[in-house]
Design a protein around this ligand. Structure first.
Ligand code: GTP
Ligand code: MG
Ligand code: ZN
Ligand code: ZN
Ligand code: ZN
Length: 467
């Protein structure tokens, strides 16, 4: 880049709006060029560069109308009446190469503006035939709006290309809330470089028209230069400051989004743990009766000092003949036809014993293995969750704090940005990230449902003023 001049004018505009062409026209204005003696600072499809010392460069894709031809910012310096003027050609915005490319261009433009040190004016170059504002022009204007610091708002000129004052189709209200004074609006049809000289030189009508338009352009440039002279130049470190703040804001928003995601996960985990804890408690309660006391019947043999007749077959709880004095079992009166009248078993099963059977009742503890397993499982789960909850809680609190600090930073950053650029808003991507954060916070507030979460949501919601 050459030595910065006294008055530097930054050209901003959509791809193909005619910035580079305007610089070529300016070259002719400053160097007394004419359609027959064209001064070319920036090569075009039909004209090669012919200025001494002009920055050596080539325009990209000279045949592709949709791509920004100008790839990087270039300063072109001219002199008139002892005054120096520097025009900064910039890559066109709303490039079909995408938003990222645009951001790259904007970053590039702002760094250039910052390096140049002082910017006297910004010229918005707009194709004046565009009646209905296309999405891409809208984007371009949006991008320009976010790029221009307040201090330069009074030094805006608009150059409508491809038109004249009476054919311009553009609705100036599109630029709102910027209002551009009538005297700072210029109209020109810079079409002499669009075709080869031989295409119009031999056609008198074409030639006359072209020369008349050329004259108009030169007159408009003359008026524009008078206006720019009035502006005076001012330090443009606002550009650099703005750029830094904008980048910081992006980083902060992204960090904020990561934090809210983590917070969301942890809160979800906490809520799930609470639910699991409830379930475990219920599980413990419903299975706590896994052990049962049951009364069981048992036959015990009690020694006796006398002989009893006892049946070995049916295991009744009592003897068939108590203290029997019969000489043999078959003579015992308790038998009838070889069958015991007490237990109905055959005589053969009966013997003399020095004991008697007795029924006893015993209380035993019975364990339901299935229930016990459930009970133990739920008890373990409960203990585990009770151990985890305090840790989760601390984790959530510290995440909340980091989040709040981050939001505070964002707010401060937005305020500082607003001071430099009151029309400034989040960029499209920043707004996207911000909306995601808000959405996550909504989800979070409905998960936890606490007043604290709602307050936090409302606080962040109040930052929407910056969108
Ligand atoms: N008819 C007519 N054509 C123009 C005018 N201004 C520029 N053009 C043509 O429009 C095309 C794009 O012009 P450029 O000057 O390269 O546009 P630019 O703004 O520098 O584009 P980028 O470098 O992509 O940002 C070229 O073919 C120009 O000759 C104009 O006022 N009238
Ligand atoms: Mg260009
Ligand atoms: Zn007997
Ligand atoms: Zn018997
Ligand atoms: Zn018996």
């Amino acid at each position: 880049m050459s030595q910065p001049s006294n008055h530097n004018i930054l050209l901003l505009g959509e791809t193909g709006s005619g910035k580079s062409t305007l610089i070529n026209y300016l070259a002719n204005y400053f160097l007394d060029g004419s359609p027959d003696d064209l001064k070319i600072a920036i090569p075009t499809k039909y004209h090669s560069q012919n200025l001494q010392g002009s920055p050596k460069h080539s325009e990209q894709d000279i045949n592709d109308q949709t791509k920004s031809k100008t790839e990087k910012c270039t300063l072109y310096c001219f002199e008139k009446n002892g005054k120096q003027y520097g025009f900064i050609d910039t890559p066109g915005l709303s490039d079909t190469s995408g938003v990222l490319k645009d951001n790259e261009h904007i970053a590039n433009i702002i760094t250039t503006a910052e390096n140049i040190g002082s910017i006297a004016a910004i010229a918005l170059v707009i194709n004046g035939t565009v009646a209905r504002v296309t999405v891409s022009l809208k984007n371009a204007i949006e991008q320009m709006r976010s790029a221009v610091p307040d201090v330069l708002l009074t030094n805006l000129v608009v150059v409508f290309t491809n038109c004249s004052a009476d054919t311009v189709n553009f609705e100036l209200s599109v630029l709102k809330p910027w209002t551009i004074l009538e005297r700072n609006i210029f109209y020109m049809n810079n079409n002499a470089l669009r075709v080869a000289q031989k295409d119009w030189n031999n056609n008198q009508t074409k030639k006359e028209k072209l020369i008349s338009q050329w004259k108009t352009s030169m007159e408009e440039i003359e008026l524009m230069m008078e206006q720019i002279d009035q502006f005076g130049s001012m330090a443009s470190n606002a550009f650099g400051e703005m750029y830094k703040l904008g980048n910081a804001l992006t980083v902060q928003l992204n960090e904020c989004q990561a934090l809210i995601k983590q917070l969301h996960d942890k809160e979800k985990q906490y809520q799930d743990s609470l639910k699991a804890l409830d379930q475990a408690t219920i599980g413990i309660k419903t299975n706590s009766d896994y052990s049962k006391k049951v009364t069981k019947e048992e036959i015990v043999l009690i020694d006796t000092p006398y002989w009893n007749i006892v049946c070995r077959n049916c295991n009744r709880g009592s003897e068939c003949c108590h203290d029997c004095w019969a000489v043999a079992v078959k003579f015992c009166g308790k038998f009838h036809n070889y069958v015991c009248t007490k237990c109905s078993c055959s005589l053969n099963f009966h013997y003399f014993e020095r004991f008697k059977p007795k029924k006893e009742y015993k209380v035993v503890v019975e364990i339901d293995a299935n229930k016990k397993q459930q009970y133990d499982k739920h008890t373990q789960t409960k203990a585990r969750i009770e151990g985890e909850l305090p840790k989760l809680s601390t984790n959530i609190e510290s995440l909340k704090q980091s989040f709040d600090t981050q939001v505070q930073k964002i707010q401060n950053c937005c305020r500082s940005l607003k001071k430099i650029r009151s029309l400034g808003k989040f960029t499209v991507e920043q707004a996207d990230v911000f909306m995601n954060i808000l959405q996550d916070m909504h989800n979070l507030a409905s998960i936890v449902g606490t007043a604290d979460a709602k307050a936090r949501l409302n606080y962040v919601d109040s930052l929407t003023e910056f969108i």
